[in-house]
Design a protein. Sequence first.
Length: 368
Amino acid sequence: EKGGYDWFMRKEIFEQPKAVADTLLGRYTAAGALQLDELHIGEDELRRIDKIIIVACGSAYYAGLVAKYAIEHWTRVACEVEIASEFRYRDPIIDGSTLVVTISQSGETADTLMAIRHAREQGAKVIAICNTNGATIPRESDAVLYTHAGPEIGVASTKGFLTQVAACYLLGLYLAQVRGTMYDDEIAKVMEELAATPPLIQQVLDSLDAIRELAARLVDTESVLFLGRHVGYPVALEGALKLKEIAYLHAEGFPAGELKHGPIALVDQGVPVFVVVPPQGRDQLHDKVISNIQEVRARGAFTVVVAEAGDPEVGAYADVLFSLPKVSTLLQPLLAAVPLQMFACEVATLKGYDVDQPRNLAKSVTVE
Ligand code: F6R
């Protein structure tokens, strides 16, 4: 059933182009307008929302962090993202005009379920983004937007994560459409770019030959740092989580701008630092991250850089470079997460660990 792969995780990494395509399928018109009739929450109700809170755990939480950048940019509604197990214990400010979006691959995560129960008791509407038909979380939500990743068996989430980002983007564009915060042609343009990502994910998958060699080189390292900025920051967190989960390797993700506020003290000769570089663009993000790479390199870091193909500035500072097809900043996580997933899979494989069933972890965490 692993289709010739050694691990379900590897199979699921390779299924990502299809998983994302299936998640987008049928949810937009030929003209690029969003069509999410399945939501069953009235448009008037969606116009009254004045705050969005995303609650989730683990990788799903990181998908939510990515989504926040897009949702606030597109809808101009304030969007918070919160770890589900923290949410109800802090007396969050929720009322009838709060939209709670919950993200869960399994749909059975107890922390997440408790959080949405609390939100609904306070009068919030809850939309679940879920991969499992009829699971408890979608059943207890007001509406559901399913990700169509197919069953995810490897404990470490891969296609689950990517499809969660894609589904959040659909929801964000839909809200922008209903609330009139974007022009139709702007929505169509983003939708067209989103719909074009599956073959680009495939291109990334086809270009990962160097990962095994990199994993062999770093297999005995004690710690790995991941840096990113903007949507690249949650991608860094996700890259670090994969390594912890399956390779039992200490790893931490940081916003690249925080380096100088502390984490750079960790950087020493040979410490591997992965850096997700935003696409070159009009803003200063890209150049700022380039300076961050120079800073860690000057202190001896071994740099693994994930950047847009043809970026002329990264080559000089990258010990190892993974190139991504050109996309806009908000869509880059759908590509940039892939080499990081594969890296964790290769390191864990080389260490001889059970990639699909890492120690101490369960696929769905049904206790708080
Ligand atoms: C990460 C991972 C976990 C889950 C988290 C939420 O690889 O598997 O962090 O993402 O436990 O699970 P769901 O999405 O099922 O609620």
